[in-house]
Design a protein around this ligand. Structure first.
Ligand code: ZN
Length: 184
């Protein structure tokens, strides 16, 4: 289909909650192809619809590594139905070029979603794997939540944003994850 422009931090769609998809129509399938085309063009691991300015609950993931080849995956109307454990990792985002910072995520998750054929599925991602972290990161995008909201050290994140000429942290968006951080 088409490689779309990826919105950068500071643009409105990234902070807006996205709407449920009611039917996996041709329009949604076109969106899915655009997401894959754009994600691969930018060497990303995941991309959510709001990142290309479409506020619908859809994201795509290709968390394949040399050690663990995985199929590209589509998540429509996803819901994380189980989560446990905590893991610290350095994360980036195609909407924050060159900016990486440490965040806290759940280690194990179970997610329910609909695939590109309109079929519901449930899957697990464990051990703080790239897939597990990526699903949480992309799922957040659908609620206008960004990875910097999970920062372990907001001052470090501020520095990284400044260095990359990105807008600063919005303190009101920072998540209180004391319980999760205590498990690290
Ligand atoms: Zn992102």
């Amino acid at each position: 289909m088409a490689i779309k422009r990826v919105l950068h931090y500071g643009e409105q769609s990234l902070r807006e909650p996205s709407k449920e998809v009611h039917k996996v129509s041709k329009k949604i399938n076109d969106l899915i192809r655009d997401l894959f085309d754009t994600m691969y063009a930018q060497n990303g691991v995941g991309l959510a619809a709001p990142q290309i300015g479409v506020n619908l609950r859809v994201f795509v993931v290709d968390a394949s590594t040399k050690e663990e080849p995985l199929e590209p995956m589509v998540f429509i109307n996803p819901k994380i139905i189980k989560k446990s454990g905590a893991v610290k990792s350095s994360e980036g985002c195609l909407s924050f070029p060159e900016a990486y910072t440490d965040v806290v995520r759940y280690k194990d998750i179970m997610v329910k979603a609909t695939n590109a054929h309109g079929k519901p599925f449930v899957m697990e991602a464990k051990d703080g794997s790239l897939l597990a972290r990526c699903i949480q990161h992309e799922n957040d995008h659908l609620d206008g939540i960004l990875f910097i909201d999970h920062s372990l050290n907001r001052f470090e994140t501020e520095e990284v944003l400044k260095k990359n000429n990105l807008p600063s942290i919005d303190p009101e968006k920072l998540l209180d994850e004391t319980e999760l951080k205590e498990q690290l």
